[in-house]
Design a protein around this ligand. Structure first.
Ligand SMILES: [Zn+2]
Length: 227
């Protein structure tokens, strides 16, 4: 009997909820490396979370700052795709930084997990973000180490923001635990606040046109993405 009980406890965790990807309510942003990133998840970033993240990122242009991305993990059965929806951010406390380096301490991870449990009981930590003021968008060897050790789930993503010029990009896990520290991906901007985009990163390109406003007669051509 004891053995049977132990076997019951080894049941794998439940699969993510099933829900179609909210493509109709989203604007797709692609990076120059889009075709190179064989991601395990598609990334939806709500406008609310994007603006909160950018507000935090712009609050210090001298040091690296960061935090957690919180949201949901879902499965689109028809598209055979897993995706995350980033709904909010939790700025990290107790970080240590020099001018070019951010370190999440043990206290940082405890604070992020406590805030998640207290304020977002239905959400998960779907990744983390940090800034690279006046640098490019990449993962340093320390960033990759941190991601490999604390964000191991295949649906957890790293976001790097360059707040000075307005660049940003995501680093998702790729098959066989591959993490490319240079080639970053874009995302789907989930229009939870307004139809018009709020994204101001200049290193990404929108795939779909801005929606035609009522009363406008201009004909909008669909921009095709060419790598
Ligand atoms: Zn970094």
């Amino acid at each position: 009997m004891t053995e049977r009980r132990i076997k019951l406890l080894q049941v794998p965790p439940p699969l993510p909820p099933r829900w179609p990807m909210p493509l109709d309510e989203s604007i797709r942003w692609v990076s120059p490396y889009e075709a190179e990133v064989d991601r395990l998840v598609e990334i939806f970033f709500t406008q609310h979370a994007y603006l909160r993240c950018m507000e935090h990122a712009a609050s210090d242009l001298q040091h690296e700052i960061g935090g957690a991305l919180v949201g949901q993990v879902l499965d689109d059965v028809l598209a055979d795709a897993r995706y995350v929806v980033i709904e909010d951010v939790i700025p990290a406390e107790h970080t240590e930084f020099s001018r070019v380096h951010l370190t999440f301490t043990q206290s940082t991870l405890v604070q992020l997990n406590n805030t998640l449990e207290d304020h977002y009981p239905d959400l998960q930590m779907v990744g983390w973000y940090h800034t690279h003021p006046r640098m490019s968008v990449f993962l340093s060897s320390y960033d990759a180490w941190l991601h490999r050790n604390f964000f191991r789930e295949p649906w957890q993503v790293a976001l790097v923001v360059e707040p000075y010029r307005g660049h940003g990009g995501f680093f998702p896990w790729q098959p066989d635990r591959h993490l490319d520290p240079r080639a970053y991906a874009g995302f789907y901007e989930l229009a939870d606040l307004q139809e018009e985009s709020v994204v101001d990163w200049i290193n990404l390109e929108p795939v779909q046109p801005e929606p035609v406003l009522a009363g406008e007669t201009d004909f909008w051509e669909i921009e095709e993405y060419r790598p």
